[in-house]
Design a protein around this ligand. Structure first.
Ligand code: SAH
Length: 209
């Protein structure tokens, strides 16, 4: 593994990421291929970076944490991601679950991510250009849903499309005051939620751009 990438993986371990499968998936992925030429030297810093259209590729620690929380050490079958962005989180998921459905509201980002993931050999990903606040109904229900933009409140469609026994991981709250929330849907259908840590995401916006 290239030295900067292996230093990043060590840092994620130090920060408490313990799921070896998640760490291995990130160790394999060339994050420098998900950012512009000018930012390639910073691709393995533990930072969010701009990807154009006022959006960012998430911080590696947050990607690792959200993935670890979503999977809980299991192999999920069908995962919905809201906010494809660069496709980095999508690629991490595609290595760890059977099928990923990813939705993005900015068309050029969706198209670039699709080409990028095809280029690195991800074959189990379906890309949607749509408003993810509505979930992605045709493929519902999902046993995992991961949202990579900050919601003012949890969109009801995402709760409705979460299967019993499934888990939703979502940043919620006002800009400047978001928390990472984990919502489990019990076999009975009831929801149980816990807030994990403060986070800072670009906003989840309604409608297609
Ligand atoms: N996982 C991405 C994060 C990108 S930033 C990565 O690591 O690269 C969040 C993304 O969510 C942005 O691309 C933004 O356009 C998208 N987004 C915001 N609101 C959305 C919505 N309602 N539906 C789909 N995508 C949305």
């Amino acid at each position: 593994m290239p030295a900067p990438r292996s230093r990043l993986i060590d840092e994620l371990r130090r920060l408490g990421i313990s799921d070896e499968k998640v760490l291995a998936a990130m160790a394999k992925l060339p994050r420098h291929e998900f950012v512009s030429e000018a930012l390639k030297t910073r691709a393995y810093d533990n930072d969010a970076l701009p990807i154009g259209h006022a959006q960012t590729i998430s911080q590696p620690y947050i990607v690792a944490l959200m993935t670890q929380l979503l999977l809980q050490g299991k192999r999920l079958k069908r995962v919905l991601e809201i906010g494809t962005g660069s496709g980095y989180q999508t690629a991490v998921l595609s290595d760890l679950v059977d099928v990923v459905f990813t939705v993005e509201r900015i068309k050029p980002l969706s198209e670039v991510a699709r080409k990028r993931l095809t280029g690195i050999g991800c074959r189990n990903v379906h890309f949607g250009y749509a408003d993810g606040m509505q979930g992605w109904m045709p493929y519902a229900p999902y046993d995992g849903i991961l949202v990579t933009a900050g919601a003012e409140s949890v969109p009801p469609a995402l709760l409705a499309q979460l299967d019993k026994g499934g888990r939703l991981v979502i940043p919620v709250g006002p800009q400047g005051g978001q928390v990472l929330r984990v919502i489990d849907r019990r076999i009975t259908g009831a929801f149980k939620e816990q807030d994990v840590t403060p986070v800072s995401f670009v906003p989840l916006l309604a409608g297609k751009a």
